[in-house]
Ligand binder design. Structure first.
Ligand SMILES: *[C@@H]1O[C@H](CO)[C@@H](O)[C@H](O)[C@H]1NC(C)=O
Ligand SMILES: *[C@@H]1O[C@H](CO)[C@@H](O)[C@H](O)[C@H]1NC(C)=O
Length: 378
């Protein structure tokens, strides 16, 4: 009898293929750092119908306004820039620089929003801030022409004619087309609709305060949530920061985990985007990651990929922050003390290959711009 070679080979193949992919997504101790990405799943939740009814209300009140209004009605100003050998920085206006109530976390820009780099003719940054109780989020739109800015409140349409505050930490933000993506630490990513910026009456209330009257904690403009991507992986993942890679094809979103020490997995994950819909690429409503990696650097506060290289910010308590330059597969190079203390989220602008970042410590709240050429990698 001939040996049953063919069935044996088949058996070996079916055993080996799953085994090469077998590193569990929660095990970052093994030497292989690439993780099987299909375990990292986000499920898109239906668009909120209350956004549609509220949009009709604000349209009829003549208070649905273009995004550009946030750049043309600025009422605050960044400081003049200070330039060091590593970066240029601007300080937030005095109250914003020192208030314990609002803490800056995320940064993105019109260079993320659209490939051409400007939006409705404006060149600008967007910054997310969490409130000290993590029960509300505001965003600032900075007009780069004169470095003035204005805040707006993010809101959730919880009723067909009413909205409320958004109780998340907002550790990172990405502006993509007419959508604003904000991380919700344990739950996933929330998406806000910049095609629906609403002007409200200035007052201390939140949401509907009377017939045709809305307020938003003294802010004049609000941006409502339209949908969200729920983390549906079988294990916990922390959405600590978020960034966009427009140098990749397709456009790719990256999220990553902040952890204080390496006793737990510290991962980064990438999801491809659909630029025609401004949504994640999905099978039905399920978006599966295309890349997941055990990075294993403690206290990462932000990361962005551009041209195959990943830039990472790390906080070091009261000491200066670090910037890593990392080509996946190689060792991450630490540019020690690159940042002032407490760096946060990062963002990239391919015009001039710039990196944008920010720092959160009271009295030292800066927007930072640097050149990728200043960041060493191995
Ligand atoms: C929309 O509003 C209704 C009440 O008007 C509320 O019951 C429902 O939960 C809201 N939907 C969402 C998705 O929040
Ligand atoms: C590491 O972090 C985990 C989770 O945050 C914590 O439970 C643990 O005590 C920390 N260990 C050390 C050595 O700091």
């Amino acid at each position: 009898m001939k040996p049953p070679l063919f069935p044996l080979l088949t058996l070996l193949l079916t055993l080996t293929i799953p085994f090469t992919n077998a590193q569990p997504p929660t095990n970052c101790a093994a030497s292989r750092k690439l993780l099987p990405p299909h375990h990292f799943i986000l499920t898109e939740q239906p668009d909120n119908p209350n956004l549609t009814t509220l949009s009709t209300i604000f349209t009829s009140l003549n208070r649905r306004v273009p995004i550009s209004i946030l750049f043309t009605t600025t009422n605050r100003a960044l400081s003049n820039p200070t330039t060091t050998s590593s970066y240029t920085r601007w300080t937030f206006q005095s109250g914003d620089n020192t208030t314990p109530k609002w803490i800056p976390q995320g940064i993105s820009s019109t260079a993320d929003a659209l490939d051409k780099g400007t939006y409705e003719g404006h060149d600008g940054w967007v910054i997310s801030w969490h409130r000290d109780d993590d029960k509300s989020v505001r965003v600032s739109f900075v007009n780069r022409k004169d470095n003035t800015y204005r805040h707006a409140l993010l809101v959730y349409p919880h009723m067909e004619d009413d909205f409320t505050e958004v109780p998340i930490h907002a550790g990172g933000v990405v502006w993509y087309g007419d959508t604003l993506w904000v991380v919700d630490t344990r739950r996933g990513v929330r998406v806000f609709d910049l095609g629906n910026v609403w002007e409200v009456d200035v007052g201390g209330g939140i949401g509907k305060v009377g017939e045709g009257r809305y307020e938003a904690r003294e802010y004049r403009f609000v941006v409502p949530q339209v949908r969200w991507y729920k983390w549906t992986g079988a294990f916990p993942f922390r959405f600590s920061y978020i960034s966009l890679d427009r140098t990749a094809t397709p456009d790719t979103l990256m999220v990553g985990e902040y952890q204080p020490n390496t006793t737990v997995p510290i991962r980064m994950v990438q999801y491809p985007l659909d630029y025609t819909t401004r949504r994640l690429r999905m099978d039905g409503r399920v978006a599966t990651a295309t890349w997941a990696y055990c990075v294993g650097i403690e206290r990462m506060q932000g990361a962005v990929q551009a041209d195959g290289k990943v830039y990472i910010s790390r906080s070091n308590g009261a000491s200066r922050g670090d910037m890593f330059g990392w080509v996946p597969g190689k060792i991450a190079h630490n540019n020690e003390g690159f940042f002032p203390r407490s760096p946060e989220d990062l963002s990239y602008d391919k015009r001039g290959k710039k990196l944008y970042g920010l720092t959160e410590h009271e009295g030292q709240r800066y927007i930072i711009s640097t050149d990728t050429s200043k960041v060493k990698s191995d």
